[in-house]
Design a protein around this ligand. Structure first.
Ligand code: SAM
Length: 377
C-alpha cells in the first residue's frame, strides 16, 4: 500500500537530510518556516541549537549599542525615524559624548556598535571616522581587550571610499540590513531613491574591505510570504554574512506602514498564526544554513514577547545580544518602533537571560564571527 509521509515525518526527513548534506533547498526551508504542530517545531529548534553549539560554541557575545543620531535622509515607510516623521524630536550627540559613552561601554563590553539614521555627507563621515579613531585609541588604555576591542558601525549606505575611510579609521564590522531580498517588497517599503541592488553593492564593498559583514531582514512586511523568507535565508549564505540580525517589523507611529498596520493581514501573508514563532523559525533555519555566523537576539524580539523574547531567540540559535547604552535622555527619541525604549538591557538583565537560555557569556573576548576568523586563514 502506498503511504504518504505525514507532516511530522516530513519535518523529520528534512532535518535528517540536512544532517547528511548540511544544506536545505527552498522547498525544505519553506516547510520548516511554516506553521506546524509544536512538536515539529521542536525538532527544528533542537537541531539549530545543536548546530550552534557545534559551530560557534556556547558563548553569547555582548556589544553595547550607542544610537548617536536619529537624523535621517531616508524615508523608509516602516521606520519611526524616517525623514518625514515630524513626531520625532531630532538629536545628534556631540563627538565628546559619543566617545565618552564608548569609554564607559568598553569598561564592561568587548565591543561597541555605533548606529544612526542615514546621512551620506562627507562631513558626517569625516566626523564619524574621527570618533572611531578616538575610540580605538582610548581602548588601548581603557578596555581590557586593548587592540582587540571592536568597533561596529551601522549608518546605512555610503560610497566605497567612505567605507574605506571608516575601515582605515579602525572600524572592524559593519551592519547593513538588506531588509528583504524581494525587489517588489523592497520598493514597496522604501522611498524612490533606495534600491536593493545598491544595498547589495554596499554589502559587497564592505566585504571587499575585509570588515566583518552583517546584514538581516524584517519579518512581517505586508505582502511577504514564506518563499520570500526562504530566499532571504539563502541570500545570507550566498554573500557569506558574518553577522545576521533579524526581527519582526513592528508598527511605528507617524509612518505609512505603522499607521495602517494590520497584524492579521501580515500573519495571513506569511501563512503564520504567530509572528514571534515565525521569527524563531527564521533564526533556526538561518542557523542551519549559516552555522558559523553570529546571529543576534534583537530588541524587537523582546518587544514582541516581553516574557521571553531574547531567551527563546538564544535557545534556538542566536549568540549575540546588544545592550543599549544610548544616553537616557535620547533613548526615546531613537524611535524605530513602538515599545523599543521600554526594553530592559542592563548587564544584569542580559546575564540572567543568557543563563536562563542555558548559555554562557564571556566579556573578555571579542567574539569575532567564526566565519570571518576562518576566512583569514
Ligand atoms: N540607517 C542605518 C541603516 O539603514 O542601516 C541604520 C539605522 S536603521 C534605523 C536600523 C534598522 O532598524 C533597520 O535596518 C531596520 O531593519 C530596523 N527598523 C527600522 N524600523 C523598524 C520597525 N518599524 N520595526 C522593526 N525594525 C525596524
Amino acid at each position: 500500500m502506498l503511504t504518504y509521509p505525514t507532516q511530522s515525518s516530513l519535518t523529520e526527513e528534512i532535518i535528517h537530510n540536512y544532517k547528511m548534506n548540511k544544506t536545505l533547498d527552498t522547498a525544505e526551508i519553506c516547510h520548516l518556516l511554516s506553521h506546524k504542530p509544536k512538536e515539529e517545531d521542536q525538532l527544528l529548534f533542537t537541531a539549530s541549537r545543536d548546530v550552534t553549539t557545534a559551530n560557534v560554541g556556547e558563548m553569547v557575545h555582548l556589544r553595547a549599542i550607542i544610537e548617536f543620531s536619529n537624523v535621517c535622509e531616508a524615508d523608509c515607510l516602516y521606520c519611526g525615524i524616517r525623514k518625514s516623521n515630524d513626531n520625532v524630536e531630532r538629536f545628534t550627540l556631540p563627538t565628546e559624548q559619543i566617545v565618552q559613552t564608548a569609554v564607559e561601554a568598553m569598561k564592561q563590553y568587548p565591543g561597541v556598535l555605533l548606529q544612526s539614521g542615514e546621512v551620506q555627507s562627507q562631513a558626517f563621515v569625516n566626523r564619524l571616522a574621527e570618533v572611531v579613531k578616538q575610540i580605538k585609541q582610548l581602548a588601548l588604555t581603557n578596555s581590557p581587550l586593548k587592540e582587540n576591542f571592536r568597533v561596529i558601525l551601522s549608518v546605512g549606505e555610503l560610497s566605497q571610499n567612505q567605507y574605506k575611510q571608516l575601515r582605515e579609521a579602525g572600524a572592524d564590522r559593519y551592519l547593513l540590513r538588506i531588509e528583504t531580498t524581494n525587489e517588489r517588497l523592497f520598493k514597496n517599503i522604501h522611498d524612490r531613491q533606495s534600491s536593493m541592488n545598491e544595498r547589495m553593492t554596499c554589502l559587497q564593498n564592505i566585504k571587499d574591505l575585509n570588515m566583518h559583514v552583517g546584514t538581516g531582514v524584517l519579518i512581517g512586511i505586508p505582502g511577504q510570504n514564506l518563499f520570500d523568507l526562504a530566499n532571504d535565508v539563502k541570500f545570507f549564505k550566498k554573500i557569506g554574512a558574518d553577522m545576521i540580525g533579524m526581527g519582526p517589523l513592528l508598527p511605528a507611529k507617524g509612518t505609512p506602514i505603522g499607521d495602517n498596520y494590520n497584524a492579521q493581514q501580515v500573519l495571513k501573508d506569511i501563512h503564520s498564526e504567530n509572528l514571534f514563532d515565525t521569527v524563531k523559525r527564521m533564526i533556526s533555519v538561518t542557523r542551519l544554513m549559516n552555522p558559523k555566523a553570529n546571529i543576534s537576539a534583537t530588541t524587537a524580539m523582546e518587544v514582541l514577547n516581553p516574557e521571553s523574547g531574547r531567551v527563546e531567540a538564544i535557545q534556538v540559535g542566536s549568540n549575540v545580544v546588544m545592550p543599549v547604552m544610548t544616553p537616557i535622555g535620547d533613548k526615546k527619541k531613537y524611535y524605530l518602533y513602538e515599545g523599543k525604549s521600554n526594553v530592559k538591557s542592563g548587564l544584569d538583565v542580559l546575564k540572567a537571560q543568557i543563563t536562563q537560555a542555558g548559555r554562557k557569556y564571556d566579556l573578555t573576548k571579542p567574539g569575532d564571527p567564526v566565519s570571518w576568523v576562518e576566512r583569514q586563514k
